[in-house]
Design a protein around this ligand. Structure first.
Ligand code: MN3
Length: 214
């Protein structure tokens, strides 16, 4: 299978799958137009800019602004991904049908019943601190659903990513051995990486899977 990669800086604003006035009276035409054309567009532009800037940084080997661009990647990348999902999971009132068989099966087996899921999802969304999202997510590591809150939405992830290689830089991971010299720890840690396992995880992730963890 030939994988199509989105090259850096080539993200596009997806068109709404319905008219700007299609979600009335729940969401007004004015709100939907601004939300999609202005806010979502800004995430797409910001993501493209961050990716292009990092292409340049790699060429110049200049990582002075790495924290800034990583923040922009996460903020705008998550914004683009989550809004793209949001538009597709809404439709005009009366056209959404009922929860499907798999949806109901996984909701019932983890949350107990549909109303318990609905109550928790609504409460979690209501109680997001400041700006953010309520998210029903498939947790591939445990093969089940979970309800999560995303404060803002970046801190510092791009939703739907599957971890391939991770480096723990909490102080508990190195402080006794390296004290405050995190860079020294990471340089040394690099020699510990099991690249066979990294390759295995990447192949699984390309197929939308992660190893099951109990
Ligand atoms: Mn929004």
């Amino acid at each position: 299978m030939q994988l199509i990669m989105i090259p850096p800086g080539m993200h596009q604003l997806p068109p709404l799958p319905y008219a700007y006035n299609a979600l009335k009276p729940v969401i007004s035409e004015r709100t939907l137009r601004i939300h999609h054309d202005k806010h979502h567009k800004a995430y797409v532009d910001g993501l493209n800019k961050a990716e292009i800037s990092l292409v340049e940084a790699r060429k110049r080997k200049d990582y002075d602004y790495i924290k800034y661009w990583e923040n922009q990647l996460a903020f705008n990348g998550s914004g683009h991904i989550l809004h793209s999902i949001l538009w597709t999971i809404m439709c005009p009132v009366g056209y959404g049908g009922l929860p499907g068989q798999q949806t109901l099966y996984h909701i019932n087996s983890y949350f107990g019943n549909f109303n318990a899921f609905k109550d928790q999802f609504i409460k979690a969304s209501e109680k997001v601190e400041a700006s953010g999202w309520g998210i029903l997510t498939w947790q591939p590591t445990w093969r089940r659903l979970e309800i999560l809150q995303a404060e803002k939405h970046q801190n510092l992830t791009q939703w739907s990513g599957i971890p391939i290689l991770v480096c723990d830089v909490w102080e508990h991971a190195y402080y006794l051995d390296y004290q405050n010299e995190r860079k020294k720890f990471i340089d040394a840690w690099w020699s510990l990486i099991n690249w066979y396992e990294v390759e295995k995880r990447l192949l699984l992730a390309i197929n939308g899977q992660v190893p099951l963890l109990l």
